[in-house]
Structure formats: structure tokens, C-alpha cells
Design a protein around this ligand. Sequence first.
Ligand code: TXA
Ligand code: MG
Length: 348
Amino acid sequence: MELIDLKNEVRLDKLESVANCIRNGGLVVFPTETVYGIGANALDKEAVANIFKAKGRPSDNPLIVHISNMEMLNGLVSSVNSVEQALINTFWPGPLTVIFPKKDVLPDNVTCGLDTVGIRMPQNNIALKLIELSKTPIAAPSANISGRPSGTDISDIYLELKEKVDYMIDGSTSDIGVESTVVKVVDGEVLILRPGKISPEDIESLGLKVKLDKHLFESISNNEKVESPGMKHRHYAPTTKTVLVDCSDSHKVKEKILELLEENVDKNLAVISYDENEKLYKDMDVKFLSLGNLNDLNSVSKNVFTTLRKVDNLDVDLCIIQGVEKRGIGIAIMNRLVRACEHNVINL
Ligand code: TXA
Ligand code: MG
């Protein structure tokens, strides 16, 4: 594996070697504006199979295909309706994945046998240039072993993936920090299958009708039918027992944590909260981590996965996370936190 540092400069000569590797069926960890991806030539069935192997990904969880121009889209999908076109015009390149009916050129394992495919045009320069130089669409799930938090910084995923890929490109910490919004247009309405930086409000501002999938905050039983297979799988959860307190009143949350401390006198606790609350926990016997500034949810989304990766190193018995308001990118943050806590949620 070769690690390529493009943090300060996008070196085309280096990217050309990586693109060559993609064309020859290799696997590459590369940055996008949302999270890092682990990519392969989307038209090469064997290379795609290797992504599933490298991640230990369940074989029923389809991959997102990344493109760098509209010609690539037309080669992959059998139709684009007017609502999908409006979404593309506004949000591409950017953190929005749209589910389309697929063409047969795509190997079955990209979509896990579904007749639809999720496509996005990323906004990150390295990602766009890599796709362009590879001259092929790149299938890429988030760069992490399945079930682990998604990678938003090379240092978080280096050990986890270094033996499994041919190249890792370091392009600095991901700008957004949570994965793309995944949508499917159903009967002219935009159904959000996974919330992200592009919020329901952003989509509604185009005059479109938006619905949140009913499973975004609920646990799903094994035999339940879901619109997006990824919803069913265990994701982001630390091994440490973790509880989400769904309340943005920091003083109420502190009261609850005092209660939990009393109930768990023999246990070590950690609190994940926000910069402005650090002082609330200063004199308490808890370990404290901050997700950023509660008044700046874009800073919080950047820190979500890196912080979840730290939980198991704190050596505590219970970790309590304070939630954010489910508004704008807060919906995406809460979706990831609810899943990290395996639906262990206290509503105050
Ligand atoms: O931001 C992102 O989307 C990142 C970066 C690398 O682009 N990628 C990413 O991929 O998050 P992944 O594989 O971790 O998540 C893909 C999600 C899964 O929940 C999957 O079930 C859903 O998209 N998905 C993919 N194709 C689908 C389809 N045809 N129908 C419904 N859901 C689909
Ligand atoms: Mg993922």
C-alpha cells in the first residue's frame, strides 16, 4: 500500500498512478467532501467484489457510484425524471446521492441485485480529478470496516485499512463529516433514505415535496422491508455501552447525568457534550469529550465519527451523549448518534 499526501497540493502525476490502479482493478481510499471512500472501478465486477471483502460488508448492502460528469450518468441510468433533474442541477457536485433505475452495464454486485443504483457527483477536487483520470465511474462506500464509524481523517482509518487497499490518499479532514444525503424520488416526492448535509429544508426550497423515511430514527426488525438496505445494518456503534440523551437543554441533561452517576456509583462514566458545556462537568467524576460548538452544527458534524472512534479508548463502562436539535444537518447528526447508541435513547 502506498500513502499519498495531497493535503496541500493536488499532484496530478500522483493521481495518474492512482487512476491507473483503479483502471487495473485496484482498491483506493480517497477523500470526498462528506467522508473518505474506498473505491474501485464500478464497471469491474471483481474489483467491486474486493470492496465487499475489504470492508467485510454484508452482500445485500449496495454501493454508491461516483461520477465526474453528466455523460457518465447517462451511461449508467435508464432515465432521469424532472424532479431528479432539478435535484442534480441544484446540488451536484455535492453531498447528495440520488437513486435511479440502472442500466445493465453495471455489474449486479454494485447494486446487490437491485434494479436501482445510487449515484453522486462529489464536490471534492481530488475525488473529481481521480474519477476523471480513471475514465470510469468509481463505486465507493465509506472507508471503514463495516459497522465501524465512517472515516473522516486518514489517521483514524490508516491501521484499519492499510493492508486492504493499494493506495490511500490523504486529503485532510473531511469538510462535512457525515455521509451524503440519499434520496429516491417516489411519485414525484423526494423520499430521504439517509439524512445528510443537504437537508429537507434545502430540498423543499426548490418547491419539491419531501418526506423522511419512517425508519430514520427507529430500530428495524430483521424481516421488515426497507427502501435502503443500509438502514438495517448495525452501524457506528462503539463496543462501550452508549446512551443518547435526546434533549438540547444542557442543564436538564446535566441533571440526568447526575442521576445516572448516582445509579452507577461503582462505574466509570464518560460524557460527550459540547464546548460550551465543558464547565458544567468540570467538578464531576466523568471523562469529558466535546463534539464541537452546539451553536454551529456544521462543526459538530465534522467531529461525530472521530469522536465516536475515541469512545472505546476512554476505558469507561457507560458513555452518555447529549443530542442536538433535529433540524438542518442536526437530523443527520442525530440519525448517526441514535444508531451509534443502538437506539438506546433517553428522551427528556
Ligand atoms: O457520502 C457518501 O455517500 C460516502 C462517500 C464515500 O461518497 N459513501 C457512503 O457509502 O456513505 P456507503 O456505502 O457507506 O452508504 C451507501 C448507502 C447505504 O445506506 C446503502 O444502503 C444506500 O446508500 N444505497 C446504495 N444504493 C442504494 C439503492 N439502489 N437503493 C437504496 N439505497 C441504496
Ligand atoms: Mg458506510
